[in-house]
Design a protein around this ligand. Structure first.
Ligand SMILES: Cc1cc2nc3c(=O)[nH]c(=O)nc-3n(C[C@H](O)[C@H](O)[C@H](O)COP(=O)(O)O)c2cc1C
Length: 164
């Protein structure tokens, strides 16, 4: 049984957590692309280079990603908030018509002009409540020319103001 008071407070706390935004993408063996917008990803370790992500088990991306065992985290730049909104508000089938993308040598979709594309294979994955927590083992990285990231905070998109 949940605790509504804690859930509301927790939601409020998470709305105050600023996050980078990525489109996480994969493709099945027939080449059909899948992708969702995601903020629940983080660096895990340098030994080996790896990251963690949390995917809703009902998301259209989840089963194809686990089955294919390979995916890309496309970290978006500030100017790509338009792509992100279009991606989120479009049905899973039509999403990839909303942006420029290409495939890597294994056919995984890579978003063009992302601040970084991090290509991973799937390590361990664990079901936790509504989400699957997936380890990504980094296979390749492309750093874009633009390194000004898109930030998501309290339901809004923006950029960074950094102080030394
Ligand atoms: C800014 C933003 C961040 C999101 N972060 C996540 C996330 O970390 N994990 C996740 O499973 N879904 C996340 N979602 C929801 C997915 O992008 C997607 O809308 C949802 O999984 C339904 O996808 P589907 O229509 O492909 O099934 C996020 C959505 C937005 C707009």
């Amino acid at each position: 049984m949940g605790n509504p008071a804690i859930e509301a407070q927790f939601k409020g706390a998470m709305r105050r957590l600023a996050s980078g935004v990525a489109l996480v993408t994969t493709a099945d063996c027939e080449g059909t692309p899948y992708g969702i917008a995601m903020t629940a990803f983080m660096s895990l370790s340098m030994e080996p280079p790896s990251l963690l992500l949390a995917i809703n088990k009902e998301a259209s991306l989840c089963a194809p990603l686990l089955e294919r065992g390979r995916f890309a985290i496309n970290i978006l730049g500030l100017a790509q908030h338009v792509i992100c909104r279009a991606f989120v508000s479009t049905s899973a089938r039509e999403r990839f018509a909303k942006m420029r993308w290409q495939r890597d040598a294994q056919g995984i979709p890579l978003v063009c002009s992302a601040v970084a594309n991090v290509i991973c294979t799937v390590g361990q994955s664990d079901l936790f409540g509504s989400h699957v927590v997936v380890q990504g083992l980094v296979q390749d990285v492309i750093l874009g020319d633009d390194c000004d990231p898109l930030i998501y905070l309290d339901g809004r998109y923006g950029g960074t103001t950094l102080h030394d």
